[in-house]
Design a protein around this ligand. Sequence first.
Ligand code: SAH
Length: 219
Amino acid sequence: MFAEPRSPWPRWIERQLVRRGISDERVLRAFAAVPREAFVDPRYRALAYDDGPLPIGCHQTISQPYVVALSLAALRLTGAERALDVGTGSGYQAVLLSHLAREVFTIEVQQKLYFEARLVVPRFQLAPVQLRLGDGSLGWPEAAPFDAIVVGARAPKLPPSLMEQLAPGGRMVIPIGGEAGQALCLVTKSASGQVQQKVLERVSYVPLIGKQGTGESAE
Ligand code: SAH
């Protein structure tokens, strides 16, 4: 028997991400650099490196690491981008983005989560992260266009505002579909403005509320 070659990555990253095909070194390095345990409710800290979503309050969840990694890898970030993260939640994905892009804008609709994220995000961000409380289904028009957009909640269809705010040559990852399950879609806009859509994976996200989401408003 030959011993397996030692992985340069922490065990959970090797198991959950590398073995499932995530190979973007910058993405893997970001996951190794950002402690997920700092973004979960202290009650669930022992489960922080398990292979699944976890509750973060307000009936919301921090997404499964693999799905976050798949989304971030699909954006093919080089470090030069302005990126928009819709649905800050715990702030974990926004912080990972700040290790991969030049500037991050993140927007959350639930006040409690927004205030909590404002405390934790600056502790772990690399590039600057701007946080906003509001309806992210409408994007962040004043900061647009974005080279990359990642949406952490499911939309019934592609929100037109996000499409408009995606720069030519830009990439967006967004779960599209209803309660029963969604397609995690990669949407690309060519330099001439042509849009293409590809399904990356079947997923199960919490709903994107707001005007261009499900139409519901925050409690
Ligand atoms: N990416 C987050 C997890 C997101 S869960 C993380 O890393 O923890 C989805 C988040 O989207 C929830 O916090 C939810 O409140 C938020 N959300 C839902 N609809 C929204 C909207 N219209 N605008 C902004 N945030 C929204």
